[in-house]
Write a protein that binds this ligand. Structure first.
Ligand SMILES: *[C@@H]1O[C@H](CO)[C@@H](O)[C@H](O)[C@H]1NC(C)=O
Ligand SMILES: *[C@@H]1O[C@H](CO)[C@@H](O)[C@H](O)[C@H]1NC(C)=O
Ligand SMILES: *[C@@H]1O[C@H](CO)[C@@H](O)[C@H](O)[C@H]1NC(C)=O
Ligand SMILES: *[C@@H]1O[C@H](CO)[C@@H](O)[C@H](O)[C@H]1NC(C)=O
Ligand SMILES: *[C@@H]1O[C@H](CO)[C@@H](O)[C@H](O)[C@H]1NC(C)=O
Ligand SMILES: *[C@@H]1O[C@H](CO)[C@@H](O)[C@H](O)[C@H]1NC(C)=O
Length: 458
């Protein structure tokens, strides 16, 4: 590397003769050579003689080193004995495989975000909390079916749907029922392109009873040339037992109190006593119960949804019977709205149904042809949903425990709360790199430099 330098200077010297410019180059060459020798001497004394020079750059500057096949799901296993290390390597883990391994880089969490833009709701009376994006009803909400059972009637049992209220931009429910739930973990977001809904469920991949866990997801939805970027966080606390060993009231209460992520005030909320009482009473009667709400927050840029559920589950086919408490808190926040140059075009067409492109980590992989048909517009291309980056953090608790201190680990939970803003910032950076615009994301790059004279430490 150094030799090449000198050869180049030499060539320059001989081609330009002893012109003034040539002299200046000659001067610097000699000076540099001396300096380099001085440096060489130091290397011998002060090995290894290489230094890392850290600099902040935009990810787009290294576009040629981008890994176009990077994963969009990152899993984090939180071990209470190893949180310090997890914290130190967090930025590396969240940024992993975005760029080729030849580059030593770290996401800084710095992103030049745009501004979120919402519109006035097109519906109020019959819908819960949504983030409204255009005058045609385009909107995003938490899962507005999460409080309904998969089937309203099983055998002679009917679910009390009357106890679910939607309206005025919020929803609430409080239902005790005798229908066995099968899949109990539908708590991701819905997209409403117009009046139609679809559900995207990242939890499905890890099923019910997976234990306490946290998820952070960055996703974009694009309709025409309008693209909106969201960040969603979900905390799920679960506790499991079998009917021979019912849950103790103090465990239920402790879990309900500690699972709140919203604020400290929650631990004194009288509402909690009601929820705990409702759950204990459902348990005594061998029934299931859930209550919860969704509501807008943060100037209507955020939708919050919470569900407190006690489910008595039987699976006659397997002769299996258990009781499960699942508490979820969902926060969906719009962070940027922008106009892009070109609208998405259909990746593949679907016959007779309305559909959308589905992308993961910025790569469009399929169209979703399961949309509902309507009489008028039965083959509309809605746009594109891109699940840009997903974090699933495991280790918040033992999925098979009926003891609240094991079901929701106090130390891991405290760490997760302390780190949530940083984790979210890093995920937003990852999401922007793959699905929004890598020119807006800063990373720090460590380059190995030979310790030449030039104002370094000595
Ligand atoms: C990358 O940079 C970090 C921090 O400067 C350094 O500790 C690490 O050894 C470097 N890794 C490689 C593979 O060069
Ligand atoms: C919801 O998430 C947004 C974005 O991270 C955050 O600013 C807001 O404080 C959160 N709201 C609550 C109630 O946690
Ligand atoms: C749910 O409804 C029951 C019956 O009306 C009531 O006793 C209970 O306090 C309600 N629970 C909550 C959390 O509102
Ligand atoms: C609830 O189920 C248990 C175990 O199957 C049974 O022993 C008990 O009698 C049931 N209680 C009620 C109120 O049905
Ligand atoms: C939020 O939405 C509600 C319902 O549409 C509306 O009344 C309220 O003014 C909105 N608030 C803000 C800050 O936009
Ligand atoms: C979280 O932050 C609080 C307050 O700064 C601190 O007392 C607690 O030890 C932290 N938790 C962990 C697990 O680091």
């Amino acid at each position: 590397m150094l030799t090449e330098d000198y050869i180049q200077r030499f060539l320059f010297l001989s081609s330009s003769g002893l012109s003034r410019a040539g002299l200046i180059v000659l001067f610097f060459s000699i000076f540099n050579m001396v300096a380099s020798l001085y440096g060489t001497l130091l290397w011998a004394l002060d090995s290894p003689g290489y230094i890392f020079r850290e600099s902040n750059v935009k990810v787009a500057e290294y576009e040629s080193l981008r890994n176009m096949d990077s994963p969009y799901i990152i899993q984090l296993y939180l071990d209470p004995n190893n949180l310090q290390n997890t914290e130190e390597t967090l930025a590396q883990v969240v940024g992993s495989e975005l760029l080729k391994p030849s580059l030593n880089y770290t996401l800084t969490g710095e992103v030049q975000r745009g501004t979120p833009k919402i519109t006035t709701p097109t519906r109020q009376d019959d819908v819960g909390a949504r983030i409204w994006l255009d005058s045609e009803g385009f909107s995003v909400s938490p899962d507005t079916l999460a409080m309904y059972p998969l089937s309203e009637r099983i055998d002679d049992q009917v679910f009390p749907t009357k106890l679910i209220y939607f309206g005025g931009g919020s929803a609430k429910w409080n239902c005790t029922f005798n229908i066995q739930q099968h899949v109990l973990t539908r708590d991701s977001g819905n997209y409403h392109w117009e009046a139609r809904d679809r559900i995207d469920n990242i939890w499905a991949s890890f099923g019910a009873g997976g234990g306490s866990a946290a998820m952070v997801q960055v996703f974009t939805v694009t309709k025409g040339t309008r693209r909106h970027t969201f960040v969603e966080s979900v905390l799920r606390a679960t506790m499991l037992t079998n009917p021979d060993v019912p849950f103790a009231a103090q465990d239920v209460e402790d879990l309900v109190r500690r699972s709140g992520t919203m604020n400290e005030i929650e631990s004194n909320d009288p509402h909690i006593d009601q929820i705990v009482g409702d759950m204990m009473s459902a348990q005594d009667q061998n029934l299931s119960y859930h209550s919860g709400f969704n509501t807008a927050d943060n100037g209507n840029l955020t939708e919050l949804q919470r569900n407190w559920g006690y489910y008595s589950v039987t699976n006659p086919a397997l002769g299996d019977q258990f009781s499960l408490i699942i508490l979820t808190t969902t926060n969906i926040t719009l962070i940027t709205s922008e106009t892009i140059d070109k609208p998405p075009t259909p990746f593949k067409n679907c016959d007779h149904v309305s559909f959308q492109n589905e992308a993961f980590g910025g790569r469009i992989t399929q169209t979703d042809c399961v949309g509902r048909t309507t009489n008028k517009n039965n083959n509309v291309f809605f746009g594109q949903v891109d699940t840009a980056a997903v974090l699933v953090a495991y280790g918040l608790g033992n999925g098979r425990s009926g003891v609240s201190s094991e079901s929701l680990d106090g130390i891991v939970m405290s760490w997760t709360r302390n780190m949530s803003a940083r984790i979210e910032g890093l995920f937003i950076a990852r999401g922007y790199v793959v699905s929004v615009d890598p020119t807006l994301v800063t990373m720090s790059v460590d380059k190995l430099m030979i310790a030449i004279f030039g104002g370094q430490k000595w």
